[in-house]
Design a protein around this ligand. Structure first.
Ligand code: HEC
Length: 186
C-alpha cells in the first residue's frame, strides 16, 4: 500500500519534471482514485511536524506563529494593485519551480489552478502562507480543513525550507491574489 502510493507519487513527480524530494511526504498520505482524479488525504497525524524549520525560514515562521497571526506586509489592494510588485512576485514564483505544477500564470496544469478564485483552504493570507510553507498535510495537522474541491486533489509539498525568506513568500502570495482578482473581475 505504502509502496504503491509512493510509486504513484513518483510517477506524478516524474511526469511533472519535478524533483520529487517530497516522496517521503506522500508516504504519509492515503491516496485513491475518485471520479478520475487522484485524491490524497493526510492520515490523521500526531500533529507534530517531522522537520523543524531552520531559523528565519518560512517553515519556521509557519510552525511557530499562532494561527491567524501571519500578516502580509504587501496586503494586496487587489483592485488597485502595484504592477511592479505583481511582476516581481511572479518572477519569484517561477524561480522556485511552482509553474511545474501550477503553470506559469498559475492557471493550473497537472495540479489545481491557484488563480481562479476558488481557494481550497480559504483565501486568508495567513492560510496561504502556511499552505505553501508547510505543505497541505502539515497544514491540515495544524487544524486547517478543506473548504473547496478543485479538479485535481493531491498533496501540495512543503516549500518552507526552499523559499529563502518570508518576504519572498509574501511577494508570491501577493502576486497570486492579484492574478486571481484579475481573473475573476474581467
Ligand atoms: C508537486 C506539485 C506542486 C508544486 C511544485 C507546487 N504546488 Fe502548490 N499545490 C499543489 C497541489 C496538489 C495543491 C492542492 C492541495 C490540496 O488540494 O490540498 C496545491 C495548492 C496550492 C495553493 C492553494 C490554491 C487554492 O486554490 O487554494 C497555492 C496558493 C499553491 N499551491 C502555491 C504554490 C506555490 C507558491 C508553489 C511554489 C513555491 C507551489 N504551489 C508548488 C501542488 C504543487
Amino acid at each position: 500500500m505504502v509502496r504503491s502510493v509512493l510509486r504513484s507519487a513518483l510517477i506524478i513527480g516524474f511526469a511533472l519534471g519535478v524533483n520529487y524530494a517530497t516522496a517521503a511526504h506522500a508516504q504519509n498520505n492515503n491516496c485513491h482514485l475518485q471520479g478520475g482524479s487522484l485524491v490524497c488525504e493526510a492520515k490523521p497525524s500526531s500533529g507534530t511536524p517531522a522537520v523543524t524549520g531552520a531559523a528565519g525560514t518560512p517553515l519556521r515562521t509557519a510552525q511557530t506563529a499562532p494561527k491567524g497571526t501571519l500578516k502580509n506586509p504587501y496586503a494586496a489592494q487587489e483592485a488597485s494593485h502595484d504592477q511592479k510588485l505583481a511582476e516581481e512576485g511572479q518572477k519569484i514564483f517561477a524561480g522556485y519551480g511552482c509553474p511545474g505544477c501550477h503553470g506559469g500564470g498559475g492557471g493550473g496544469g497537472m495540479c489545481p489552478p491557484i488563480t481562479n478564485g476558488i481557494w481550497i483552504y480559504g483565501d486568508s493570507d495567513d492560510t496561504l502562507f502556511r499552505l505553501v510553507a508547510l505543505g497541505s498535510q502539515d497544514l491540515q495537522a495544524q487544524g486547517f480543513t478543506r473548504q473547496a474541491i478543485e479538479n485535481i486533489v493531491a498533496p501540495m509539498p512543503s516549500f518552507g525550507s526552499i523559499i529563502k525568506s518570508d518576504d519572498d513568500l509574501w511577494k508570491i502570495i501577493t502576486w497570486v491574489k492579484i492574478q486571481a482578482y484579475e481573473n475573476t473581475h474581467k
